[in-house]
Write a protein that binds this ligand. Structure first.
Ligand SMILES: C[S@@+](CC[C@H](N)C(=O)[O-])C[C@H]1O[C@@H](n2cnc3c(N)ncnc32)[C@H](O)[C@@H]1O
Length: 343
């Protein structure tokens, strides 16, 4: 499959690349600016949130946050195709020292739509039942607030009709619906609901699954097999803010088609690129911390890679080699520029 943009025009080589994508080290504002306008189908990302408690990779203060994130959003807008989408996972936060929520994650969509020109195609809510209670002071100690376990996920679009097809992300029917489909006559007779909606016979048609809602229940308990295995083997701390692969999977399937280009501008451990590759989409990952990118290469190594293979990939990326990871069913091949290595 031909890569949809010419990545050789980017002024530094990728830290690593695979059959369908490439991961670049640098400030994503600069990297994004080097892509052609109207070239990306989907930008899907989870930026550093405006948290009071800083993560190891740094967070922006709440009062500067909208301005900071808008610089990226303005470039994303130009780089997206006309029917492209921008999906932004933003966790909520409390104001410093007070049991009062910050409004920063709500100010973002208002600013993006009023000032940049995006449409809010739909607001999604990611419910993570496995989230730990926080903030400790208000939830665990004083017990005056409930645990926060929902992130807002804003789906922005450049036009009112972005590419999307909900039939690609159907969910399993409920038990009741399954019974109805087995024997429509027994469970169902056409009638008007109290709301006045006419429940027609088409409700008993099997569409292969139910239309999903905008509440996505996804525990953040991915095993991340190869990634965590590699981190453990090399004594590395795994990225502290990974999202579960089901989250990008939902939006990649819903909003793109095979061969499309998906970009994560705050890639971290490159969950997005990994899912895009599995879904046969092209991908680009931008991240400004080299060690996160180096470890993210583990995701693309064949499952039977041993510690030496993983270590070698990590070292090569850390040393600034541009590594090509070619997955083939029999063996892993790692290439660096002009110097071929076979594990
Ligand atoms: C919330 S994490 C993303 C985690 C990712 N979704 C995953 O599953 O691993 C945000 C990432 O953005 C990176 N970052 C922050 N500012 C950046 C910038 N200007 N350019 C590129 N990356 C940046 C941070 O180093 C961090 O790894």
């Amino acid at each position: 499959m031909k890569f949809p943009v010419n990545i050789e025009k980017i002024d530094s080589p990728p830290t690593y690349q695979t059959g369908l994508g490439a991961a670049f080290l640098g400030d994503s504002l600069d990297l994004l600016n080097q892509l052609p306008d109207n070239s990306i189908n989907l930008v899907l990302t989870s930026p550093p949130f405006a948290l009071q408690r800083e993560k190891e990779y740094g967070n922006k203060a709440q009062d500067e946050y909208v301005g900071w994130l808008s610089q990226f959003a303005e470039v994303v807008y130009r780089k997206l195709k006309n029917d492209g989408s921008f999906v932004l996972d933003l966790g909520g936060a409390y104001e410093k020292g007070k049991p009062v929520r910050s409004l920063y994650n709500f100010r973002v969509p208002i600013h993006f739509c009023d000032e940049i020109g995006f449409f809010l195609a739909e607001d999604f809510y990611w419910f993570n039942p496995s989230k730990l209670p926080s903030p400790i002071e208000w939830v665990n100690k004083r017990k005056i607030r409930a645990k926060d376990s929902v992130n807002t996920v804003w789906w922005f679009s450049k036009s009112e009709f972005p590419k999307s097809d909900v039939t690609r992300v159907l969910t399993e029917y409920s038990d009741r619906m399954k019974k109805l489909l087995e024997d429509p006559a027994k469970f169902y007779y056409p009638k008007k609901r109290p709301s006045g909606h006419d429940i027609s016979k088409s409700f008993s048609k099997d569409n292969g699954g139910a239309i999903p809602s905008n509440l996505l229940q996804i525990p953040n308990s991915d095993s991340n097999g190869q990634y965590l295995r590699g981190c453990k083997a090399l004594g590395l701390r795994a990225h502290p803010a990974r999202f579960p692969s089901k989250l990008p999977e939902f939006f990649i399937r819903f909003l793109t088609e095979p061969g499309d280009l998906v970009v994560d501008i705050f890639a971290g451990s490159n969950t997005t690129g990994f899912v895009a590759e599995q879904e046969c989409r092209h991908w680009l990952a931008f991240e400004n911390e080299l060690q996160y990118l180096a470890a993210s290469s583990f995701r693309f190594m064949p499952e039977d890679s041993d510690e030496n293979d993983l270590s070698l990939a990590y070292q090569k990326v850390m040393l600034g080699n541009s590594v090509e990871i070619i997955q083939d069913t029999r063996q892993l091949k790692l290439f660096e520029k002009g110097n071929k290595y076979q594990a």
